[in-house]
Design a protein around this ligand. Structure first.
Ligand code: HEC
Ligand code: HEC
Length: 340
């Protein structure tokens, strides 16, 4: 009782004080919710509470962008299940990118980042948007100089890394550490699988049979995070002029033309619009797209074929997708204040 009171008190304090508190309590990393494997922390960036807290502050701090208007959270907002709810994102000076912002949820379980898999780790990924001219537009040396000039950040870097030095690797490590705590599990599907047969509705159970059966969804969306972390061509956008070449840009292999990373389906109810170009507004549109066998093109994946689902089947499948909404991220909030 007393302990939880102290905790509540600490949480009401400014972020930099919480951090000091977190240091003294040697807290353990978050436990993965039901349905997810235990988290594994990279050897060169192990969990610490102080680093996670620094990462949280950096993640929400708009001063990481050139004109101080955009933070990571602008495009990966906790209130929108760590997405931005728009077909494609808007960066500094109202510039639009060509791709939909994926959710940050369960990135800890991903083998590669970005729609085309061009970043191998979250540490590597985090450096990209900061310097990207249409996202945050902040060259790394300028970002480091700006953070160094903010005295309030010094104790946070000290606690997280053992010295006050600010560098881009430390910024990326802290942000990645925070991102690994953004999780979703313990969904109705997980509870059903564990034996609670009342966790899903009869309609969701029928939808599950379609997902793992006739729909062949699990050919790609398999495992705890509903992705094999592989890539496929569904033809999304290939019927438009000048289509996004996807993974081809990374590998230069013609078989990778129009190929994209299979995204997680956890929290899918909350992360629309869908696909790499945000071209599908609803799950109804997505299911209709799969039902008609994707968009024909030279690289269409052989697993994408007409599914012959009737309206009731489609509704069942959508109901099942909604059984993948869980918990582990809703409690994550922006800091109350930022270091000065
Ligand atoms: C202007 C909007 C914008 C900002 C700001 C932004 N992102 Fe993103 N983020 C995106 C888009 C769009 C993509 C997909 C880009 C691609 O695949 O080429 C993405 C991809 C990602 C991914 C990969 C997810 C996956 O499933 O592969 C992660 C992780 C991520 N961003 C984290 C961050 C972090 C951390 C920051 C801050 C340092 C940040 N983003 C800033 C829009 C943004
Ligand atoms: C051949 C592999 C494959 C199969 C089979 C497959 N998917 Fe996908 N899924 C993908 C890929 C790859 C994407 C991203 C494609 C893109 O953006 O171009 C995707 C995207 C999605 C999305 C949008 C995710 C987001 O965050 O935007 C949903 C929802 C989805 N799939 C559900 C399903 C369902 C339901 C089935 C079964 C009917 C299914 N998928 C079958 C590979 C597959």
């Amino acid at each position: 009782m007393l302990r939880s009171k102290t905790l509540a008190g600490a949480l009401a304090l400014p972020a930099f004080l919480i951090c000091g508190w977190a240091q003294t309590v040697k807290s353990a990393p978050p436990k993965a919710p039901l349905g997810l494997p235990p988290l594994s922390w990279p050897r060169d960036n192990p969990y610490s509470a102080a680093k996670t807290e620094l990462g949280r502050i950096l993640y929400f701090d708009r001063r990481l962008s050139a004109d101080e208007t955009v933070s990571c959270a602008s495009c990966h907002d906790p209130q929108l299940a760590f997405t931005d709810g728009a077909p494609v994102s808007t960066g500094i000076k109202a510039q639009h990118g060509g791709r939909n912002a994926p959710t940050v949820i369960n990135r800890a379980y991903s083998l590669a980042q970005f729609w085309d898999g061009r970043a191998a780790t979250l540490e590597e990924q985090a450096k990209g948007p900061i310097a990207n001219p249409i996202e945050m537009g902040m060259p790394h040396d300028q970002m480091v100089a700006r953070l160094q000039a903010i005295a309030g950040y010094r104790p946070l870097f000290q606690q997280a890394f053992g010295s006050e030095e600010v560098n881009v690797d430390r910024v990326a490590k802290a942000i990645a550490c925070y991102e690994r705590t953004v999780l979703s599990g313990n969904a109705p599907y997980d509870r059903y699988k564990k034996g609670d047969k009342s966790a899903m509705t009869a309609q969701q159970v029928r939808g599950m049979a379609l997902f793992f059966g006739r729909g062949r969804c699990d050919q790609c969306h398999e495992g705890a995070n509903f992705t094999l972390n592989a890539y496929a061509n569904l033809g999304v956008g290939t019927d438009k002029p000048d289509p996004d070449v996807g993974r081809f840009a990374v590998t230069k292999d013609p078989r990778d033309w129009g190929v994209f990373k299979t995204p997680t389906l956890r929290e899918i109810e909350h992360t629309g619009p869908y696909m790499h170009d945000g071209s599908m507004k609803t799950l109804e549109e997505v299911v209709e797209f799969y039902n008609k066998g994707g968009t024909p093109n030279k690289n269409l994946d052989p697993n994408i074929r007409m599914l012959h689902m009737n309206d009731a089947d489609k509704q069942d499948l959508i109901a099942f997708l909604k059984a993948l909404s869980g918990e582990g991220w809703q409690h994550l909030k922006p800091p109350e204040s930022f270091p000065n």
